[in-house]
Design a protein around this ligand. Structure first.
Ligand code: NAI
Ligand code: MG
Length: 493
């Protein structure tokens, strides 16, 4: 059993902003409606948040369009756009503890993860793109005839950005960084489960001096506020992170206005451990690959393939780690695993745990709710999982690890690729040829060798197949926020 840490009544971070942020002003939803945002560790309501819908999205898009075309943002020097992004990053660093506490309150993630991972990565992402703001430029191109041809890279326009709840602050920065560096304005809809830190960051952006109307935030639900952004004729581009089924709806809704789309979706990532690996390192890495963030990671290493020869000893190592994992109050710095984000995710995960048992996998740890308050689930491990079981095929998005057996390198490529998804993969081996062979053969946007979940703002991230379209981060992360314009001048005789 996992260790128990009591939920303590602690002083909570201040919830300062719960309304829509449109054109630099805080406004209630036009309908007057609100929705509850809940602390997943206690199931208590934290605050009522404005429930934006089409009318609020209209106002937000109008503010974004006006800021782009008539406001100071359209005229600002590129280097000054960068300076404002650096300033926002500095303000986030100043308020790191407060932002981390608010993220933990709204999302349930352990405070130590928020402080050590989410916030540093988010701040770093803004700084990375701040440095790009004045380095987005075109080319001069030799063409046939007496013409002078050059390209300009212009902002794509108003970006609509729809983000999930698993890494709220980080997702804000992955989306705002390249959009603002490229000179776009934006309308963001945070996930209904976790609107608070996005709203707080909007306030910090204003404090940093980013002009009003450049960033607009409309909290609310997907089929209402989200769909209104996707369908809006004055929005040029949609950046979405979430479920592939939602992306399919967005693609249909966006087809009317032919918006540019980037999607970062889910996965069922293969994590492949060979007998010749450093098995202790691979075990620690594989535990982290799945259980980090309560298993709520798009790139979670949820299909763990272990070579036959070391299968039993490797499973034992993982069982031991699960037995020592500390669950409890996410605000306690000692806690390693908090609650799932909401009742719906909790129910989905428990359903998959039942399916795993029914389909004959061996549940060696967990399998149950933890405690009687909050959406906690014990770290669950299934051994003897077969490729055709639901728990090996579907994205569970929770602390449920499936361990599968394999014989050799010949069979593993096909099995690893036998999925709808293609977001990430990992290989653990001391044989470099085998590692690079697999890195080339696996159909996934990211391959980690002897590591897992190594993220960097400079390294492109995104999916093959049903895991997405386009790439975020890195220099290519700017592509989706720019249009290329070709200008040709007749030089005469
Ligand atoms: P979701 O894809 O429905 O939600 C993500 C965002 O999209 C939220 O802001 C939501 O309000 C918005 N949205 C929903 N329907 C929309 C629509 N019709 N038009 C525009 N925006 C819309 O994901 P959900 O329901 O929160 O989670 C379901 C499953 O999706 C999870 O169990 C997990 O498997 C997967 N997921 C994957 C994520 C990733 O990082 N790739 C993140 C979150 C969920
Ligand atoms: Mg949904």
């Amino acid at each position: 059993m996992a260790t128990v840490t009591k939920l303590q009544k602690k002083s909570q971070p201040n919830v300062k902003h719960t309304e829509c942020f449109i054109g630099g002003r805080w406004t209630p939803a036009a309908s007057g409606k609100t929705f509850d945002t809940i602390n997943p560790a206690t199931e208590e309501v934290i605050a009522q948040v404005a429930e934006g819908d089409a009318e609020d999205v209209d106002a937000a898009v109008a503010a974004a369009r006006d800021a782009l075309e008539n406001g100071p943002w359209g005229k600002i020097d590129a280097r000054d756009r960068g300076r404002l992004l650096y300033k926002l990053a500095d303000l986030m660093e100043d308020e790191l503890d407060e932002l981390a506490a608010l993220e933990t309150l709204d999302n349930g993630k352990p405070i130590r993860d928020a402080k050590a991972a989410d916030l540093p990565l988010a701040i770093d992402c803004l700084r990375y793109y701040a440095g790009f703001a004045d380095k987005i430029h075109g080319q001069t191109i030799p063409v046939r005839g007496n013409y002078f041809t050059y390209t300009r890279r212009e902002p794509v326009g108003v970006a609509g950005q729809i983000i999930p709840w698993n890494f709220p602050i980080l997702m804000v920065c992955w989306k705002w960084g390249p959009a603002l560096a490229a000179g776009c304005t934006l309308v963001m809809k945070p996930a209904e489960q976790t609107p608070l830190t996005c709203l707080r960051l909007a306030r910090l952006a204003q404090k940093a001096g980013i002009p009003d109307g450049v960033i607009n935030v409309v909290p609310g639900y997907g089929p209402t506020a989200g769909a209104a952004i996707v369908k809006h004729p004055q929005v040029n581009k949609i950046a979405f992170t979430g479920e592939h089924r939602t992306a399919q709806v967005i693609m249909r809704d966006a087809s009317e206005t032919l918006k540019r789309l980037t999607f970062e979706l889910g996965g069922k990532s293969p994590n492949i451990v060979f007998a010749d690996a450093d098995l202790d390192a691979a075990a620690v890495g594989s535990h982290f690959a799945l259980y980090f963030n309560q298993g709520q990671c798009c790139c979670a290493g949820s299909r763990l393939f272990v070579e036959d020869k070391v299968y039993d000893q490797f499973v034992d190592k993982l069982v031991t780690m699960n037995q020592h994992r500390k669950l409890g109050d996410p605000a306690d710095p000692g806690t390693e695993q908090g609650p799932q984000v909401d009742q719906a995710q909790f129910d989905k995960i428990m359903h998959y745990i039942d399916l795993g048992k029914q389909e004959g996998a061996q549940c060696l740890t967990g399998g149950k709710r933890f405690g009687d308050r909050g959406y906690f689930i014990e770290p669950t491990l299934f051994a003897d999982v077969r490729d055709d079981m639901s728990i090996a095929r579907d994205e569970i998005f929770g602390p449920v690890l499936s361990i599968l057996r394999f014989k050799d390198v010949d069979e593993i490529v096909d099995r690893a690729n036998n999925t709808l998804y293609g977001l990430a993969a990992a290989v653990w081996t001391r044989d470099v040829s085998k590692a690079h062979h697999l890195a080339a053969k696996v159909k996934a946007g990211t391959v980690w060798i002897n590591c897992y979940d190594v993220f960097d703002a400079a390294a492109p991230f995104g999916g093959f197949k049903m895991s997405g379209m386009g790439r975020e981060l890195g220099e290519r992360g700017l592509d989706a926020y720019t249009e290329t314009k070709t200008v040709t001048l007749n030089l005469g005789e």
